[in-house]
Design a protein around this ligand. Structure first.
Ligand SMILES: [Fe+2]
Length: 261
């Protein structure tokens, strides 16, 4: 059995701090074999840098996934071209830097493949995730029976449809991007663990991570407002998946919400 924790979007300094202070202990407490996290919001709420990515990986995260904010920071292309444990959405143009899928060893050496896909609604992938996922799943199955898919998407329907489409072919489909954890964690009939959204590892005294007053002002006035990341109500949120090392089938999925401030 392989136990994998997938952390919902790590948001800003508060999320990074929570990871650095608590993930090493969580690895022990939950007896984790692998820790994955969506890291696309770590740089001030939008994007990632080499320095911040290195801090997350040093804190006990084994592999980072990204999403619609992948390219927000200068230098991300060069970072992704050389980063060994970061994946960006596979349905961006293949000619862009980085990779969409990666196989890495869990604690006992069992190979686990991580795939990152971007949804279509309000986001801007180069193609539909449905268009490329069959090829990628086949490719992943050659490397390992265990495949975890981060579907970074706005629409609950798109995430649910993708999970049902992949049921029995991947170990887990974990949704990210909305920063609001859903209460639907379940193992689908053919053995794929699914949660529509893993939530946010970051400041929940906010509007999805942003200082509430600033988000409200932008929405009330329709004018540009410079966002600041919030600091209060920090929680670590994610999902713990147990799956069989030989078959890749999931036996359980549990959402976690750990208050840390
Ligand atoms: Fe996002």
């Amino acid at each position: 059995m392989v136990r994998i924790l997938f952390l919902g979007d790590v948001f800003g300094n508060a999320g990074l701090d929570a990871v650095e202070r608590h993930v090493p202990a969580l690895r022990e407490e939950l007896d984790l074999d692998l820790v994955l996290a969506n890291g696309e919001n770590v740089a001030g709420g939008a994007g990632i840098t080499a320095r911040l990515g290195a801090r997350l990986l040093a804190a006990g995260i084994d592999c980072l996934t990204l999403g619609n904010h992948t390219w927000r920071r200068d230098g991300t292309g060069a970072y992704l071209a050389s980063a060994e444990r970061v994946v960006r959405p596979a349905n961006y143009l293949r000619t862009l830097p980085g990779r969409g899928m990666l196989t890495l060893p869990a604690r006992d050496g069992t190979p686990v493949t991580v795939l990152n896909l971007l949804g279509r609604l309000t986001l801007e992938p180069a193609c539909s995730p449905f268009e490329i996922v069959d090829r990628l799943v086949t490719e992943a199955q050659e490397a390992s029976p265990i495949l975890v898919v981060d579907v970074h998407a706005e629409a609950t329907s798109e995430k649910a449809a993708l999970a049902r489409y992949l049921d029995g072919r991947v170990s887990a489909v974990v949704g990210t991007h909305t920063h609001v954890q859903t209460s639907d964690a379940t193992v689908l009939p053919k053995g794929t663990a699914f949660i529509t959204d893993a939530g946010m590892t970051g400041p929940h005294d906010s509007v999805i991570g942003v200082e509430a007053e600033l988000a409200i002002r932008r929405m009330r006035t329709g004018m540009p407002v410079r966002f600041e990341t919030a600091q209060g109500g920090v929680r670590i949120e994610g999902a713990v998946v147990d799956c069989d090392a030989a078959t890749g089938k999931a036996s359980s999925i549990e959402a976690i919400r750990v208050p840390v401030s």
